[in-house]
Design a protein around this ligand. Sequence first.
Ligand code: F6P
Length: 364
Amino acid sequence: MRKRMRIAILTGGGDCPGINAVIRAVAKKAILEENAEVIGIEDGYHGMVEDRYRILQYDDVSGILTQGGTILGTSKIANPYRYPIKKGDQLEFKDLSGVAIKNLKDLEIKALICIGGDGTLGIAYKLFKDGIPVIGVPKTIDNDLRGTEITFGFDSALSIATEGIDRIHTTAQSHHRVMIVEVMGHRAGWIALYSGIAGGGDILLIPEIPYEIEVVIEKVKERNKKGKRFSILVVAEGAKPKGGDIIIQRIVKESSDPIRLGGIGFVLGRQIEELTGLETRTVVMGHLLRGGTPTAFDRVLATRLGARSMEMVRERRFGYMVGVKGGDLIDVPLKEVARGPRRIPLDHPLLKVARSVGTSFGNE
Ligand code: F6P
């Protein structure tokens, strides 16, 4: 009697809409086509180190396509190679990769499918080098992963951000105010760029283009002079002034990527109000951008990626992730992700399009 194939799924890093659609696609395809046993590892790499997992039956993944977040739980701090251990108010880090790898080997899995961003997939690559058959599925609202032109989660975050900017127009126009919408995106400005264009932002500030406050002020004043008695700024959390620094909201010391951005919108708001005399308010969309049901685009993309990851198991394409190129799915070496964030190239056509309709990036 041939032993049933066993597939393990892990979700790591920040949650986003679409993760459950990937889990559903992987599990349904594995069960329907391979009669596989599907194991869901709980809370990202925490579950791998602590040997916490559950069997996913076909019914467990029915009805989760539209559900945000991840039914398996996730973590942005668990790293088997640098596992945070709190002892009282002391924090130490231990390499528990041996424990994690033994737990996986004891499960006798054919493959581990890791759904995550650069942190999660960077660890997945290390596990692959340590002998674990890993396939990666890139995930992040930030859309900043090398090796793929888009990540699921981005379109959903984009639609939430755009709706927020649309709504902010109401109060800006009514009170003749400068309204600042700060959006996530970590070290890249993809969410700010796309939602800023979609939402008709007048000034878009992104990490890739350090801004000059004088230019921002001039643009606001110019709009005011033309009778546009309000302005909308869309600001990426990683945006910073020329010669200045990012605004850090908190340090998560347990995390391998400890910096948490946030607050640049308030710094800018105070400066604009002081330098223009115009009433200014700031809204930080933050984790709202990771909430709720995935858009139809993200549901389809997530389903495609999940199904393809199972084909890659069959083809034994371990050490690779499913990337998107020209709308098609390609196999991308996992090590590609570890080369740092994919930022907006300064010759990106959307920058030119935005400028051509009068949008300012605060630098000229
Ligand atoms: O990477 C996704 C993301 O939402 C970033 O856009 C943001 O900077 C970060 O995660 C927030 O991390 P946390 O969920 O730990 O606050």
